[in-house]
Design a protein around this ligand. Structure first.
Ligand SMILES: [Zn+2]
Length: 249
């Protein structure tokens, strides 16, 4: 086999491998994107949950504080009843009023925290539903990927083995050139050299249509042991068999 034939063998199997890999890759990318969104929603739900816990805790602390103040008020009421003169009575009464005011403030604050927690709880319920929805989407994406793996997995493994064998016979330099062009062209490494006009010896790249120097055709028509790249799209050129060339005059 000439270098050209070896390259074409590798090219054919490489195209198939790339096609199958792209099917898997797109499913993988979709799954990764869905998972990212699911994690974001989960994180929002967790953060909200943390805020609710904090509000509940501070509301509970305020309630304890309110009870403490209430107890002090009760004690002062006892003192009030036992007061011996008006001056003492008025002083204790002022303390009671102060404490009552403080207790009311604490109660108002506790209520505000509980109301805020309540509203966050309903937001949290919505986020929980969103998390469940997102989880379903992730599961579907995973199932789709698994299905595709099941569909193409064996074939892909076989083709990758074939690709490996086809690549192994090539010189190191040609192999790395092939891989590089494959990465840049989504696996469309080789392009036919199209004969635009036999009479005028005009040729074009079958992939990007740029006109190619006739020297390239001469090079490729020789032993077939050269590598010629398109000067525009960098694909490796080949001369197609005669019946595929029927283009031009
Ligand atoms: Zn080209």
């Amino acid at each position: 086999m000439s270098l050209q034939e070896q390259l074409l063998t590798l090219h054919r199997v490489n195209t198939q491998v790339t096609g199958l890999r792209q099917r898997l890759d797109s499913a993988k990318r979709f799954l990764a994107a869905q998972t990212r969104i699911q994690e974001q929603v989960k994180q929002q739900a967790d953060e909200l949950h943390g805020q609710i816990r904090q509000l509940e805790a501070s509301a509970a602390n305020l309630e304890t504080e309110s009870k403490g103040i209430e107890e002090r008020i009760d004690k002062l009421r006892v003192d009030l009843n036992a007061s011996r003169n008006d001056k003492q009575y008025q002083a204790i009464l002022a303390d009671v009023k102060n404490l009552q005011q403080k207790r009311d403030e604490v109660d108002t604050q506790a209520l505000a925290h509980m109301e805020r927690a309540e509203s966050l709880r309903s937001q949290h319920a919505e986020l929980d539903a969103a998390v469940a929805e997102r989880t379903t989407l992730v599961e579907r994406a995973q199932a789709d990927l698994d299905q595709r793996k099941a569909d193409v997995g064996d074939r892909l493994a076989r083709l990758e083995e074939e690709r490996e064998q086809a690549a192994r016979v090539l010189p190191e330099e040609t192999r790395s050139l092939f891989d590089r062009v494959s990465d840049e062209t989504d696996g469309e490494v080789m392009a036919p050299m199209i004969e635009i006009s036999k009479r005028h010896r005009e040729y074009a790249c079958g992939a990007c249509n740029i006109e190619l120097p006739k020297e390239s055709f001469a090079q490729l028509s020789g032993t077939g042991n050269v590598v010629v790249q398109c000067r525009a799209c960098e694909r490796i050129l080949y001369v197609p068999v005669e019946n595929e060339v029927a283009v031009g005059d």
